[in-house]
Design a protein around this ligand. Structure first.
Ligand SMILES: [Zn+2]
Length: 133
């Protein structure tokens, strides 16, 4: 059974929140998104509620590499601990370090090397390309 962690965020009272998110950290695609006025679900809203799973820092930085109706590929960065979290096939993978595999993650960094901030390429956690750049 996987752990389920309750994430508690603070919100700008001007937003149409508050909401409380019960997120399974290993599959954030289970998050419920709030439709906007046109009824569309805006993935970018994710950034309003997402905190770093390691240090709970908020807000995180979003870099979009490929976008269709949704963000297809991109990276979410915690500016505090320099952890980066890939968005692959529209799913943000906010995994704790112990569940991440270097062999699965380095190809992602290499693929988007030109678009990923240099600081992350050289100092990002839990993996980086320091030895290659
Ligand atoms: Zn962090």
């Amino acid at each position: 059974m996987r752990d389920v962690e309750e994430l508690d965020f603070s919100f700008n009272p001007n937003d149409f929140y508050p909401l409380r998110v019960l997120a399974n950290l290993y599959n954030l695609s289970n998050l419920t998104f709030i439709p906007d006025e046109e009824g569309q679900i805006i993935k970018r809203k994710l950034m309003d509620i997402l905190a770093c799973p390691i240090d709970k820092y908020y807000p995180l930085e979003l870099h979009v590499f490929e976008e269709k109706d949704e963000i297809v590929e991109g990276v979410i960065i915690c500016p505090k601990c320099l952890r980066w979290y890939p968005i692959r096939e529209e799913i943000p993978e906010m995994l704790p370090d112990e569940l991440r595999e270097e062999k699965d993650e380095l190809p992602f960094l290499r693929k988007w090397k030109k678009k990923i901030p240099r600081k992350i390429l050289s100092e990002g956690k839990p993996f980086n390309l320091k030895s290659e750049i």
